[in-house]
Design a protein around this ligand. Structure first.
Ligand code: ADP
Ligand code: MG
Ligand code: MG
Length: 254
């Protein structure tokens, strides 16, 4: 049982006109096995939250805390966060010339676990996960992210999720740019990781579409850098019908 706890998190970025506060006191607790959907309008700070949990150097935490099972995440470098059991989907967005997917995945798995996976199991696990995600076997020999389409990158993200077995995953707009078939395949992968590893999930999304495939236990409305409302899955249905307007008005007049 693991717990990611975010308490009264304030985050700023440096702009031409000085520091700008983007996150204005975010509190959230994600336990193993739980799926929390974070939903909000564009520009509300959702990706800033994901980047702050990932330890992106651009985002300065000015106050508040992030802990995983009581350990101070903010004290950890990005690699240590992965070793501690956090999965941050934006971690490997770059092309890495000359490094094949197979070698990359094995190196990353070794770094995360602190020991190399047994070759026999590893080869089988990679093959099975790739088949389930309907990733072309030829991908294994290709260089990391080189010429991958948006949809292929998303599948590879979920491939990592299944192989690295994180305690808590933060998925930012995993549904963007996916057609319905790809969305289903990717969602099945997330659900498998939840069912087999008890993974907790912070699912950040602008649209309710992905919530038809990945059922949230909790839904949080994110507006103007903070959680404006929280509820169960029914809150997503309400947002689908009514949008964020009422929340944005309330935030503007606050
Ligand atoms: P969301 O993911 O909800 O669309 P973001 O976290 O991307 O929101 O952005 C929140 C706010 O922070 C926006 O007003 C955006 O313009 C601003 N912002 C985020 N990152 C940067 C950046 N690197 N430089 C300038 N402004 C930024
Ligand atoms: Mg679930
Ligand atoms: Mg975003």
């Amino acid at each position: 049982m693991s717990t990611l706890e975010i308490k009264d998190l304030h985050v700023s970025i440096e702009t031409e006109n000085g520091a700008k506060e983007i996150l204005k006191g975010v509190s959230l607790t994600v336990n193993s096995g739980e799926t929390h959907a974070i939903m909000g309008p564009n520009g509300s700070g959702k990706s800033t939250l994901a980047a702050s949990i990932a330890g992106h150097p651009r985002y300065e935490v000015t106050s508040g805390s992030i802990t995983l099972d009581g350990e101070d995440v903010l004290e950890m470098g990005p690699d240590e966060r992965a070793q501690a059991g956090l999965f941050l989907a934006m971690q490997y967005p770059v092309e890495i010339p000359g490094v094949t997917m197979t070698n990359f995945l094995r190196t990353a798995k070794t770094a995360i676990d602190g020991e190399a996976p047994s070759l026999r199991h590893w080869t089988k696990d990679v093959k099975t996960a790739m088949e389930q995600l309907r990733i072309d076997p030829a991908f294994a020999a290709r260089n990391v992210n080189e010429g991958f389409s948006g949809g292929e990158k998303k599948r590879v993200e979920i491939l990592q999720l299944e192989l690295f077995k994180p305690k808590i995953a933060i998925l930012d707009e995993t549904d963007s740019g996916l057609d319905v078939d790809a969305l289903r395949v990717v969602s099945e992968g997330v659900n498998r990781a939840q069912d087999t590893n008890g993974m907790g999930t912070l699912l950040i999304t602008h649209y309710t579409r992905i919530l038809r495939y990945i059922k949230p236990d909790f839904v949080h409305v994110f507006v103007d850098g903070h959680v404006a409302d929280s509820g169960g899955p029914e809150l997503a249905d309400k947002l689908e019908e009514e949008g964020y307007v009422a929340y944005e008005k309330a935030a503007a007049s606050a």
